[in-house]
Design a protein around this ligand. Structure first.
Ligand SMILES: [Cu+2]
Length: 279
């Protein structure tokens, strides 16, 4: 029993290292592409998401090293105490030098992290750093409401306006975007605070009533990605599950055309004549 606490504190760093090592293989890692067996599991589907993941890894490395070293030190001290049974413990009033050291070192690490992440933050959140092409033609307006995502696209060939236009196209819980180019959406909320969260794309942004918040991302691989609400917004919060469909530009264009035909179809007119006033 004398060695129990020494063994106890040495045990956890070993558990941590084992878990770190097997996690990616067990799919306990970051959310990635839809197929859990694919090579891209745990991998961000946006280039900026890769940068964000790298920030996580940096912090993970720093905290892991500190965690393992402090536990080894603690285990060693406890081991010494257990081994030298008859020895009297040293009574200390603390060490000024040590206090200064473990204040300055973490401060330095935190300042380093806060400066190091600035560039990723700028790309993600500062509008003047957004890719120009994305800012010029927002793909859609996404309005969160209790409890769904309402999507408004401009008519094919037109630009999204701040105010709804008569020929705008609408869907719910199904956001289509073209792949391999930066796209921007205008995020709004109709009622309470929601959060636009696409885990595989590493995009998370609060939606605030009364504000139009631009969000940009670039999906590098066609596919279906999750869109959920990451802000507890009411009893039906769990229902705000939607999908983001990333598809090549031509397919995206076709999707908008089909959506327009579907929306303009009154069920009476001949489909062909309804489509005749194409611009
Ligand atoms: Cu919500």
């Amino acid at each position: 029993m004398r060695y129990f606490w020494a063994a106890f504190f040495m045990f956890w760093p070993i558990v941590a290292i084992v878990i770190f090592t097997i996690s990616p293989a067990m799919n306990w890692w970051f959310p990635g592409a839809g197929d859990p067996d694919s090579l891209t599991k745990g991998q961000s589907m946006t280039p900026l998401g890769v940068d964000i993941d790298n920030l996580f890894y940096l912090i993970l490395i720093i905290t892991s090293v500190v965690f393992v070293l402090t536990h080894i030190a603690l285990g060693y001290v406890l081991f010494r105490g257990a081994r030298d049974e008859g020895k009297k413990a040293l009574f200390s009033h603390g060490s000024h030098a040590l206090e200064v050291m473990w204040t300055i070192v973490p401060t330095g690490i935190l300042i380093f992290i806060s400066l190091y992440q600035l560039d990723v933050w700028r790309k993600f959140r500062v509008m003047s750093s957004f890719p120009e092409a994305a800012v010029e033609a927002p793909v859609a307006e996404v309005t969160a409401r209790q409890f769904e995502w309402r999507i408004r696209y401009p008519a094919p060939g037109k630009k999204l306006q701040l105010k709804p236009q008569p020929d705008d196209l609408y869907t719910v819980n199904d956001l289509h975007v073209p792949t391999n180019r930066p796209v921007m959406i205008q995020l709004r909320s109709e009622d309470v605070q929601h959060s636009f969260f696409a885990p595989q794309l590493r995009v998370k942004q609060d939606a605030l009533p009364g504000q139009v918040i631009p969000v940009w991302f670039e999906v590098t691989q066609a596919g279906h990605y999750q869109l959920t609400c990451a802000e507890l917004c009411g009893w039906g919060h769990y229902k705000m599950k939607a999908r983001i469909v990333a598809e090549p530009q031509t397919q995206f264009g076709k999707y908008l055309h089909d959506l327009r035909n579907e929306q303009n179809d009154d069920g009476v007119q001949d489909k062909k004549s309804g489509d005749a006033d194409d611009e």
